[in-house]
Design a binder for this molecule. Structure first.
Ligand SMILES: C[S@@+](CC[C@H](N)C(=O)[O-])C[C@H]1O[C@@H](n2cnc3c(N)ncnc32)[C@H](O)[C@@H]1O
Length: 230
């Protein structure tokens, strides 16, 4: 797991060098896919998010967390492994109320906190990058029964790949802004394998949607999974 710190650090470093982390206006939509404007928004996390406690695992520059805190009045915590990303998120949105960005590994944050959340989500974040047999039970521990876990991951069939035939991670790459590719490990499950892991951790899978991006050919690019804590 620690081996993954350096590609994500390099990614954040190049992003930070590429532009000033200035205050940004809050995005009007929550984005789950690679194509802005496509697919559902925040509604899949619950019907009324006002005053609800939400946790994002792998928040990066913090756009979705800022949207949820400002446009929906939720209390949002965004966790990211890389301190530089958290710093960037705070420069963009640190002025907003009900929003906290924390540096840390998703699994360690979940183990250390004693907060209960009303929804937990990840958008190309920690879910899929951390062993599901560890991460999903840790999420279940911190989520109120009946509430939603939602996560999007790169689709396991993107670019004509095939999903994992076992529970082990695969080698994938992070592409940095300068086009360098650094290796990472990623769990590339099809829906039925996610369903099995979710069910083992105490979740009921309620939907699995796939999305395309015409710029990326005819294969699906994003898998969005929604589950409820039993
Ligand atoms: C592809 S970015 C997505 C960022 C953001 N969710 C978005 O949609 O813009 C993946 C993020 O996950 C973070 N990350 C990777 N492994 C993590 C872990 N184990 N715990 C927390 N964050 C992690 C990385 O530092 C990176 O910021």
């Amino acid at each position: 797991m620690l081996a993954q710190a350096s590609p994500w650090h390099a990614h954040a470093l190049q992003r930070t060098a590429a532009g000033l982390a200035e205050p940004l206006s809050v995005p009007a939509r929550m984005e789950w896919t690679t194509r802005p404007g496509q697919g559902p928004g925040a509604e899949i996390l619950g019907p009324d998010l006002r005053g609800k406690r939400l946790l994002e695992l792998g928040c990066g520059p913090g756009h979705n967390a800022a949207h949820l805190a400002t446009r929906h009045g939720s209390h949002v915590t965004g966790v990211d492994l890389v301190g530089l990303q958290v710093r960037r998120a705070r420069s963009h949105y640190g002025r907003l109320n009900n929003l906290t960005y924390v540096a840390g590994h998703a699994l360690h944050y979940l183990h250390a906190t004693d907060e209960q959340f009303d929804a937990i989500y990840s958008v190309f974040g920690a879910v899929g990058l951390v062993a599901p047999e560890l991460l999903l039970p840790a999420i279940a521990q911190r989520l109120t029964p009946g509430r939603v876990l939602a996560f999007s991951v790169p689709h396991p069939q993107r670019g004509g790949r095939s999903p994992s035939g076992d529970d082990r991670p695969r080698r994938d790459h992070v592409t940095l802004p300068d086009r360098t590719r650094l290796p990472i490990a990623r769990w590339e499950f099809a829906n039925d394998r996610w369903e099995r892991h979710l069910s083992r951790a105490g979740f009921w899978l309620t939907s699995a949607q796939e999305f395309h991006d015409p710029r990326m050919g005819h294969w699906p690019t994003t898998l969005l999974i929604r589950a409820r804590k039993l």
